[in-house]
Design a protein around this ligand. Structure first.
Ligand SMILES: NC(=O)c1ccc[n+]([C@@H]2O[C@H](COP(=O)([O-])OP(=O)(O)OC[C@H]3O[C@@H](n4cnc5c(N)ncnc54)[C@H](OP(=O)(O)O)[C@@H]3O)[C@@H](O)[C@H]2O)c1
Length: 249
C-alpha cells in the first residue's frame, strides 16, 4: 500500500465487478476509503472483504442506478466524497432497427443520467470543501462508431460532452473532471458476448489485443491522484491505439 490518497473518500459505482472492481482495489491500495457500489450485495461484501484483507478501508452501498430515486439515495448514503468515479455502465448491442425502448432507456438512464445526478448531488460538497475530482468512464465507441453500439456510444458521447463542461463549471472551484475511455476489455460484462466479439475487437487495435481491467484502473488511479493536479477536462483513451487506415484490397 502507498498513501497518495490517504484521507480521501472515493465512491466507485459498479465496483462489484470488472473495471470498477479493479478501480476500487487500486484506490484503496493508495489509501482511500472506498465506497464500493453495485446491486449485488454478496459480491459487494466480497470486494469490501478483499480490500480489508489487504489493509484497506471500504464499505458497500447497494443501489440500482437505472432508477433515479435510488441514485439520489446512493448519493445521500455516500455522504462527503472526494473522488467520484462514474463507472457503472451497461452495453446492449443491437442495430438501430432492433433497439427496444427498454434498452434505449436503460442505457441512457444508467450511463448518462446516473452520473449526472451523482455530480449534482456530490460535487456541491467538493466545491464547498474546495477540492475533489470526478472521473467518468466512457468508451472508445463514444468517438468512433461501433457496429450495433449506437445508443451505447451516444450515451457515453453525451457524458464526454458533460465531462468537458463540468471541467470548466467546477474547475475554478478546485474540482477536476476527467474521463477514461476504455477499449475492449475482458470483464464479467463482456464474457456474455458470444462468437469472440471482444477478442475480435481487441484484434482491431494497434496493440492487437484486449485490455485488462487493471490497465484501465491504472489511468483512473493516476487521474484521481495529486500527480494529475493540472489535468482537467481530458478524455484519456486506454484502448491499445487505432490501426492506420489502409487502402481497400
Ligand atoms: N469492458 C469493456 O470492454 C468496456 C469498454 C469500454 C467501456 N467500458 C465501460 O466500463 C464500465 C465498466 O464496464 P465493465 O465491462 O467492467 O462492466 P461489468 O463487468 O458488466 O460490471 C458492471 C458493474 O456495474 C454495475 N452495474 C451495472 N448496472 C448497474 C445498475 N443498474 N445499478 C447499479 N450497478 C450497476 C455492476 O454491479 P452489479 O452487478 O452488482 O449490479 C458491476 O459492478 C462501463 O461504464 C462500460 O461502459 C467497458
Amino acid at each position: 500500500m502507498t498513501d497518495t490518497l490517504t484521507g480521501k473518500t472515493a465512491l466507485v459505482t459498479g465496483a462489484t465487478a470488472g473495471i470498477g472492481y479493479a478501480i476500487a482495489r487500486q484506490l484503496a491500495s493508495e489509501g482511500a476509503e472506498v465506497i464500493v457500489h453495485g446491486r449485488n450485495a454478496e459480491r459487494g461484501a466480497k470486494v469490501v472483504q478483499e480490500i480489508q484483507n489487504t489493509g484497506g478501508t471500504a464499505r458497500f452501498i447497494a443501489a440500482d442506478v437505472s432508477d433515479v430515486t435510488d441514485v439520489r439515495r446512493l448519493a445521500d448514503e455516500a455522504g462527503a466524497v472526494d473522488i467520484l468515479v462514474n463507472n457503472a455502465g451497461i452495453y446492449r448491442f443491437a442495430p438501430t432497427f432492433d433497439t427496444t425502448d427498454a434498452d434505449f432507456d436503460d442505457q441512457i438512464n444508467t450511463n448518462l443520467r446516473a452520473p449526472y445526478v451523482l455530480v449534482q448531488r456530490l460535487v456541491p460538497g467538493m466545491v464547498a470543501r474546495g477540492h475533489g475530482t470526478v472521473i467518468n468512464v466512457t468508451t472508445v465507441a463514444a468517438t468512433v462508431p461501433a457496429e450495433g453500439a449506437g445508443i451505447y456510444g451516444a450515451s457515453k458521447a453525451a457524458l464526454e460532452l458533460l465531462n468537458a463542461l463540468w471541467a470548466d463549471e467546477f474547475g475554478g472551484q478546485g474540482v477536476r473532471v476527467n474521463a477514461v475511455a476504455p477499449g475492449p476489455t475482458q470483464t464479467p460484462g463482456t464474457l456474455v458476448f458470444e462468437d469472440g466479439l471482444i477478442e475480435g475487437l481487441g484484434k482491431t487495435t494497434a496493440l492487437g489485443r484486449t485490455g485488462e481491467a487493471d490497465e484501465i484502473a491504472n489511468v483512473v488511479t493516476f487521474l484521481a491522484s495529486p500527480a494529475a493536479s493540472y489535468v482537467n477536462g481530458t478524455v484519456v483513451t486506454v484502448g491499445g491505439g487505432y490501426r492506420a487506415v489502409h487502402p481497400a484490397a
